[in-house]
Design a protein around this ligand. Structure first.
Ligand SMILES: C[S@@+](CC[C@H](N)C(=O)[O-])C[C@H]1O[C@@H](n2cnc3c(N)ncnc32)[C@H](O)[C@@H]1O
Length: 367
C-alpha cells in the first residue's frame, strides 16, 4: 500500500479524551492520520422489561439512553456514519477493530463490507465467566465477536504475529480468545458499589488488540470511549490515544483511570518481532556479505542430506540444483520447504541453522 500524507503529530489531540460525539470528533481529525481505530459502539440491546435473577434481584442490563435507537434503520445509519468517519482517518495500512454481540455485530459487519473494508479476522471472545441465562430458555450467551478489518484488500496492517505466538506459550494464536469479563479490582465502581459503566470491557481483550495490530508510538482512536479501557491499555503499552465520549461522567472516570496508568518503559514495550515485516533477505546476500563462503557444505538437521553453496546463492547436490528452498524440497521429495530452517552449516558447537545468519543481517539493519 502507498503511505498516506505525512501527519504532524502536533496537529492531533493526542492522549486526550474529548467529550462529544465520536462521529463529529473523527470527522474533525485529518485524513489518514491514525494507525488503529478500536470501537465498542452501542449494541442497541433494546431490552424490554426487567430481567430478574432466581433470587428476585434485578439484573443490571444496559438500559442507558445512549444504547437506544428508535429503529433498526436508525442504528444502521449510525453505523454507516461512524464507519465512514473511521475509514477516512485510518492510514492505508491501519486497522479497524469493532466489537459487539449478536444484537449488532452482524449488522455492523454488513455495513463494514458495504463500505469495502476488508475483514482480516473475526475473533470470538469466549467469556470464562458469562452471565447465566437466568430463565433457562436458551443457551448461555457466553461470547462476543470482534471484527478486525483493513481499508483495502491489499492493505499491509501491522500484525505482531510472533508476539501473539509468544503470548500463547509458543503456539500460533487462534481467533478464539478465552478471557474473563471485567470484574474485581479492574471494574470501576461508584461510591455505592454499583458499576460505573454497564459495559466496561476487560483490559485483557484490548491488550491483545493493541499489542497485535499496532506499534509503540502509534495513534489509537476510540470513538466510544466509555470508561477508557482503550486509553488505559494504549498508555500502558506506549501508544498514543484519542478518545471521544458523549457522557461527562464517563469522561471524568476515564480520565482519572488513565492518569493512574504508568507506561511500560524501554524494553518493557518491545515485542518479539515478526519476520514478515522485516525486509526480505535473499540467501545470496549472506554470500555477498561474506557470512557464508561459496563452496560451504550445508546439512539437513539429521545429516541425511547435504548440499554445496554456489557463488550466486544457489545450492547443489549430486542430483539437484536451485534455491535453498527448491533443493530442500526436492531432496525430501516434498512440494515445498523453508530452506532457511532446513539447511544448517557446521560450527565448532555443532550444526546451526542458516536462518541464524539471516538474523545477524536483520539485527545489523535494525541497529
Ligand atoms: C459499549 S460502551 C463502550 C465501553 C468501553 N469500551 C469501556 O470499556 O468502558 C459505548 C459508549 O459509547 C458512548 N456513546 C454512545 N454514542 C456515542 C457517540 N455518538 N459519540 C460518543 N460516544 C458515544 C456511550 O456513552 C458509551 O459509554
Amino acid at each position: 500500500m502507498t503511505k498516506g500524507p505525512v501527519i504532524n503529530h502536533a496537529e492531533l489531540p493526542l492522549n486526550t479524551i474529548i467529550q462529544g460525539d465520536g462521529i463529529d470528533g473523527m470527522n474533525a481529525l485529518p485524513e489518514e492520520s491514525v494507525d488503529l481505530v478500536f470501537a465498542d459502539p452501542p449494541y442497541n440491546l433494546q431490552l424490554r422489561g426487567k430481567l430478574m435473577r432466581p433470587d428476585d434481584s434485578v439484573v443490571n442490563g444496559v438500559s442507558e439512553d445512549w444504547d437506544r435507537f428508535d429503529t433498526v434503520d436508525a442504528y444502521d445509519l449510525f453505523t454507516h456514519d461512524w464507519l465512514r468517519a473511521a475509514r477516512r482517518i485510518l492510514k492505508p495500512d491501519g486497522s479497524l477493530w469493532v466489537m459487539g454481540s449478536y444484537h449488532n455485530i452482524f449488522r455492523v459487519g454488513c455495513v463494514l463490507q458495504d463500505q469495502q473494508f476488508w475483514i482480516q479476522n473475526d475473533v470470538i471472545w469466549r467469556k470464562t465467566n458469562p452471565m447465566p441465562n437466568f430463565r433457562g430458555t436458551r443457551f448461555t450467551n457466553a461470547h462476543e465477536t470482534l471484527i478486525w478489518a483493513t481499508k483495502y484488500e491489499n492493505s499491509r496492517p501491522t500484525f505482531n504475529y510472533n508476539a501473539m505466538k509468544m503470548m500463547n506459550d509458543g503456539v500460533q494464536m487462534r481467533s478464539d480468545w478465552t478471557l474473563p469479563i471485567c470484574t474485581g479490582r479492574e471494574r470501576l465502581r461508584k461510591s455505592n458499589g454499583d458499576k460505573a459503566h454497564p459495559t466496561q470491557k476487560p483490559e485483557s481483550v484490548l491488550h491483545r488488540v493493541i499489542l497485535s495490530t499496532s506499534n509503540p508510538g502509534d495513534i489509537v482512536v476510540d470513538p466510544f470511549f466509555g470508561t477508557g479501557t482503550t486509553g488505559a491499555v494504549a498508555k500502558k503499552l506506549g501508544r498514543n490515544f484519542i478518545g471521544f465520549e458523549m457522557e461527562k461522567e464517563y469522561v471524568i472516570r476515564a480520565g482519572r483511570r488513565i492518569d493512574r496508568i504508568k507506561t511500560a518503559q524501554g524494553v518493557g514495550i518491545d515485542v518479539t518481532r515478526s519476520r514478515r515485516r522485516e525486509p526480505r533477505i535473499p540467501f545470496g546476500t549472506l554470500i555477498e556479505r561474506g557470512l557464508i563462503n561459496p563452496g560451504t557444505q550445508l546439512f539437513s538437521s539429521d545429516g541425511r542430506h547435504t548440499a554445496r553453496v554456489r557463488a550466486d546463492g544457489s545450492v547443489v547436490t549430486d542430483t539437484h540444483e536451485g534455491s535453498i528452498h527448491r533443493v530442500g524440497a526436492d531432496v525430501q521429495n516434498v512440494a515445498s520447504c523453508n530452506g532457511w530452517t532446513f539447511w544448517h552449516f557446521r560450527t565448532p558447537q555443532g550444526l546451526t541453522q542458516i536462518d541464524a545468519l539471516r538474523g545477524l543481517v536483520h539485527a545489523e539493519a535494525g541497529a
